[in-house]
Each structure stands twice: as structure tokens, then as C-alpha cells.
Design a protein around this ligand. Structure first.
Ligand SMILES: Nc1ncnc2c1ncn2[C@@H]1O[C@H](COP(=O)(O)OP(=O)(O)OP(=O)(O)O)[C@@H](O)[C@H]1O
Length: 585
């Protein structure tokens, strides 16, 4: 099913849910209206958590701590200050937003450890935050408990003893939930959302696209905490009062498991999660089963989701949208060689665009690179070859900022870049691709390429570069693209960013023979057509011979030879270095 169709499917489900909720507001009795409001608040919490866990791929076990902060600040402003008297009907929404800002500040702080920690270590830290918050709130208590005055609902809506009050508060919560759903949906489709999805798949891939991994992670935590804080404010309005058990660590854990079960980064699935959240306890009550069994049910569903690498939400979604069960066929790049392409490799100008002097990298006792000197001229394609373990990938890592602990200097168009972070290097116009797959399967080709290009391309230019390299159309989901084609898409996306120099680390791995030939033809035309100078690491010497005018050879971390291809490939030292791989030459 095309991506656009799926997006419309989500909107249709969400719009249908809003209509149903509006109807229910006028049909449901008092008690069910209260449950409906709880479901909407749970939906908001799930959307918030879905940003950090589902989209950005980090574990956060303190989501209700953010809600607690939002609720506490709102409670304080409404019961201990003159805000309500000064602002009247709008005091509640204003206090709710101030509470959410306070929660987002905490989210930023909690996100800081995420810059260094991943997986279970991050889980432990966020769990610690939740436990510390539990203890603190138990000690300081909620302001309404100290004053004995419950929080007044917004716009003069009466309290929970009143049917009209509960209906109006349900509608208020519905309006807030819809606004948040629209905002989250737009964010997910924006550059910021692409950054979250990219960082979940590969931090190196994100940095090489010129995006800051730090910003992506911190923004995910901050936005998630902001929305969590709004959910806390809504809870205060719903209950009028709160204590330390309302936002407990155990409830945070339950919410996390629920988000795993339903895949809450999809907004329609946050609705499903909210329904499970309120209906499961009701069902248990009907059968006189203790409510603790709900936690057990979440636990079992969570374990099933984690072990089967699937979730209830996606399964229900697939069923609702009647998506075909079988895996769609892989999309592969076209591969017929094009006779119209230039036949001689470009030689470039005399200008040195990238200059490497005395570069050395050590991994403990291993000298991966020592005294590397290299000059790449504007407009050329330089081949970098060498036996396995010679230091080729290490060189690309060092040039692009991924190995800060190196000595020597690197200059791009005369500017020193060797102390810059990877995303700064990428933004200055030195881009790279990877040997391993760093292309996130959660995006379409177009979304990914636009993210990598950082606004330096128009849709028409993007289509041109994709077509030039024989890639599938923009709307194709990367999930159904084969591994070799994904590398071509990585090259195309980086070309769309119009870098000065692009370093390609084994770009032809995984391509068929036909695709190989077509790719070689296309590579030769890149400097002239797109103005990008290339350095290519490749084990396939036929490809190197056919596209590179000059070749550099690395062996045991040192430059063994550099010069025009015939001279280098017939150099006896190079032949010796390749002993055992002689048939390649
Ligand atoms: N993170 C690391 N820690 C320790 N040693 C490393 C690390 N990365 C690379 N090395 C070592 O540095 C040397 C150069 O490795 P590198 O991957 O750069 O070689 P390569 O020429 O790219 O090899 P290949 O062609 O197999 O990709 C090897 O001896 C490798 O074992």
C-alpha cells in the first residue's frame, strides 16, 4: 500500500475516532464520561511516550514523572497564587502550559544521560528519576492537599459530581487531545521527526547527514515531557486533587509496556492503547477479578511484543487497513548500462580540495593509520584501495569527524576541519556513506533523502538524482527496498545535499552485475553533473579502474602508493601488498 494511502488511512481512523468521541459525549452516562476522559488523557500520555520510545528508539520509564511535574505546577498556580483570580476562565489552560514547560525542562535534563547511555542503562537512569520523584512528591505533597482546595476546572466547568461538568471537561480534554495529535503528527512528518527516526536507527547515519544526534535526542525528550506535562494538567482537572500514587513509578512502567504493546508512535494506535488502558480494568471489575491482574496482562503482552518483534497495534492496524499479509516484493534499482555516459574517468582540476597531512590513528596497540598524506583535487574521482584491515574505513572515519582521537590535519577547501564534530563536517560539505546499512527503513525514499539533503534540494532535483542513479521513486517505502539499492539511495541522498566531497565506502557492495556496470557509468558523470568530488573505497578493482583517474593504496595504515591508475596498479609494491588477492589485479 502506498505511503500516502497509509497516511490518509491514519487520518481517517483518527477523524472517525473524534466523531465517535463527540457522539459519545452526548450519549454516555456520568461514569462512562469519566472513563472516556481518562482514556483521552492516557492517549495523550501514550503519544508523548511514543515520541521517545517508538520514534526516537530510547527507553524512558519516567513518563508519569513529567505528568507529575505538569500537574504539581498547575496545582500550585491554581491554588496558591492569584492566577485564577487574574485570568479567570483561561487560568487553567495557562497554568497547564506553564506546567508543561516546567516538565519539558525536566525532560531536557533527563535526556542528557541519553546522550551517552543506551538500552538497559538508560532504562535504569529513567527508572531512578521516577523513583526519586515518587519519594519527593510523597514528602512535599501536592499543593491542593496542603491547602485542602481542589483545582478548579477551566472555563468555569463544574466538578466531577456534575454530569454537565463532566461532559464539558470531556469535550475540553478531547479538544486538547486532538490538538496534540495534530501537532505530533506534523512534527513526525517534519525534519525534526525524521531526525528522531534516523537516530533510532543509527546515530552515525544521523550525524553523517549533518544532523546533530544531541539535538535529536534532547528534542525527543523535551517534546515528550512537554506533552506529558499537559497530560498531568489534564489529570488534575479530571480529579481535582492528586497524591504521590497518582503518577507512581509502577504506573509509568505500565504505560511504557502499553506503548510497546500498541506501538504508540502511531497516533491511531495511541487511541487503541488508551482504550485498552481504561477498558481492561473495567472488564476485570465485571468479572470480580482483582485489578492487579491488569498489570500481569500488560506484562504478558509486553513480553510477547518484545520477543516476537511485533505489536498488537501494528497487527490490528494491518487488519483494519486490509494490508496484504505477505511481505511485499523487494524493489531493486534498474541496471542497464548507459552508452551515452562519458567513458573516461574525470581527472579534475589542479585545485586541492581535501588535504590530509600526517594523519595517525591508534586503537590501543594497533596503529590503524600512520603518517597518511593525501590530496584530493576538485572534480576528480580518487580510488582508495588496500587489503582488508589496511585502514580505509578508519581513514574515512577520521576525515569525517567520527574519530576525534587522531593526530594530523585535514583541510577542506583550505579550512581546517579535523577538530569538528561529524555533523559540522557534513554541513561544511564533506559527506560520506557507510559500509553497513545506515538507511532507516521507517521512512520513504523521499523523506530520507530530504532529511539527508538538509533543504539543499528541490523535489525536482531529488527526482533527477534518484533517476540518475536508477533508484526507485521517492514515494517507495525503504522497508521494501533491497540492500544494494539502499546503498544507491544513500549515495543519491548525499549527492542531493550537494557536498563538495563525497566519500563512498564500498558503495557497490550488494549490487548485481548489471547494476554494477550502470553504477560505474553513472559515477563517472557525477563530478561534472553535480559538482561533487568523489573518493571511492572499493574492493572491486574493475570498478575502480573504470571510474578513477587516480588511485591511492593503503597498506598497514600507510599510503603505499598514490598516482595515476596504470602506474599504481602496476607498481610492484602494490602487487606485493595484494599477494593472495593477485587475481583481482
Ligand atoms: N574500533 C576499533 N578498535 C580497535 N581496532 C580497530 C577498530 N576499528 C578498526 N580497527 C583496526 O584498525 C585496522 C584498520 O581497520 P579498517 O576497518 O579501517 O580497515 P579497512 O581497510 O577498512 O578494512 P576492510 O577492507 O576489511 O573494510 C584493522 O586492524 C582493524 O582491526
Amino acid at each position: 500500500m502506498p505511503h500516502a494511502e497509509r497516511a490518509w488511512g491514519s487520518w481517517a481512523i483518527a477523524a472517525g475516532a473524534v466523531v465517535v468521541a463527540l457522539c459519545l459525549a452526548f450519549l454516555l452516562p456520568q461514569y462512562l464520561l469519566l472513563i472516556g476522559t481518562s482514556a483521552l488523557i492516557a492517549m495523550v500520555s501514550l503519544m508523548a511516550l511514543g515520541i521517545v520510545t517508538g520514534t526516537a528508539g530510547m527507553i524512558a520509564l519516567c513518563q508519569l514523572t513529567f505528568a507529575a511535574v505538569g500537574a504539581w505546577v498547575l496545582d500550585y498556580l491554581m491554588t496558591h497564587t492569584s492566577l485564577a483570580a487574574a485570568l479567570g476562565a483561561v487560568a487553567f489552560p495557562v497554568a497547564m502550559i506553564v506546567g508543561a514547560v516546567a516538565a519539558s525542562a525536566l525532560g531536557f535534563v533527563v535526556g542528557l544521560p541519553a546522550l551517552r547511555l543506551r538500552g538497559v542503562n538508560l532504562a535504569v537512569v529513567t527508572l531512578g528519576v521516577a523513583a526519586a520523584a515518587d519519594l519527593t512528591i510523597e514528602k512535599v505533597s501536592f499543593p491542593d492537599q496542603v491547602s485542602g482546595t481542589p483545582v478548579a476546572r477551566p472555563f468555569g466547568i463544574p466538578g466531577i459530581a456534575d454530569l454537565a461538568g463532566n461532559r464539558n471537561y470531556f469535550l475540553f480534554t478531547l479538544a486538547v487531545a486532538v490538538l496534540i495529535a495534530v501537532a505530533v503528527s506534523l512534527l513526525q512528518r517534519s525534519r525534526i521527526g525524521s531526525g528522531w527516526r534516523s537516530v533510532a536507527f543509527s546515530e552515525r547515519g544521523t550525524a553523517s547527514a549533518g544532523s546533530s544526534v544531541t539535538s535529536a535526542k534532547l528534542s525527543a525528550f523535551t517534546v515528550s515531557a512537554f506533552i506529558g506535562g499537559l497530560a498531568g494538567g489534564l489529570t488534575m482537572g479530571q480529579l481535582g486533587t492528586a497524591n504521590y500514587t497518582t503518577f507512581s513509578t509502577a504506573n509509568s512502567l505500565g504505560l511504557y509496556v502499553l506503548s510497546i504493546v500498541v506501538g504508540a508512535h502511531l497516533i491511531d494506535m495511541a487511541i487503541l492503547g488508551a482504550l485498552i488502558f481504561v477498558l481492561l480494568p473495567e472488564l476485570l471489575k465485571q468479572f470480580d477479578i482483582p485489578l492487579d491482574w491488569a498489570d500481569l496482562a500488560y506484562g504478558v503482552l509486553g513480553v510477547v511484543s518484545l520477543t516476537t518483534n511485533s505489536n498488537l497495534g501494528t497487527n490490528v492496524r494491518n487488519g483494519l487497513l486490509r494490508r496484504r499479509r505477505r511481505q511485499p516484493e523487494l524493489v531493486v534499482a534498474g541496471g542497464a548500462p548507459d552508452a551515452a555516459e562519458p567513458s573516461a574517468p574525470p581527472t579534475g582540476s589542479a585545485e586541492v580540495l581535501l588535504e590530509v597531512r600526517g594523519l595517525a590513528v591508534e586503537f590501543g596497540a594497533v596503529k590503524a593509520l600512520s603518517g597518511v598524506e593525501l590530496r584530493i583535487h576538485r572534480g576528480e574521482i580518487l580510488g582508495l584501495i588496500g587489503p582488508n584491515g589496511a585502514g580505509k574505513s578508519t581513514l574515512v572515519d577520521a576525515l569525517t569527524g567520527f574519530l576525534p582521537a587522531h593526530s594530523g590535519t585535514v583541510r577542506l577547501a583550505g579550512r581546517p576541519i579535523d577538530r569538528l564534530t561529524p555533523h559540522r563536517v557534513a554541513r561544511l560539505g564533506l559527506r560520506r556513506t557507510f559500509q553497513q546499512d545506515r538507511v532507516p527503513s521507517t521512512m520513504t525514499i523521499g523523506t530520507y533523502a530530504k532529511f539527508v539533503a538538509r533543504g539543499r534540494t528541490t523535489t525536482a532535483q531529488l527526482d533527477e538524482v534518484l533517476e540518475y542513479l536508477g533508484c526507485p521513486p521517492r514515494s517507495t517505502p525503504l522497508q521494501i527496498v533491497d540492500a544494494g539499492t539502499r546503498r544507491l539511495i544513500e549515495v543519491a541522498a548525499n549527492l542531493a545535499a550537494a557536498p563538495q566531497v563525497l566519500l563512498l565506502d564500498e558503495p557497490a557492495a550488494g549490487l548485481s552485475h548489471d547494476q554494477h556496470l550502470a553504477f560505474a557509468n553513472r559515477l563517472r558523470g557525477i563530478p561534472e553533473r553535480f559538482g561533487t568530488t568523489l573518493l571511492i573505497i572499493e574492493h572491486d578493482l574493475d570498478l575502480v579502474r573504470s571510474v578513477c583517474s587516480r588511485i591511492a593504496v593503503l597498506d598497514f595504515g600507510e599510503v603505499l602508493a598514490v598516482g595515476d591508475r596504470e602506474t599504481v596498479l602496476s607498481d610492484p609494491r602494490v602487487l606485493k601488498a595484494y599477494m593472495g588477492e593477485m587475481e583481482m589485479l
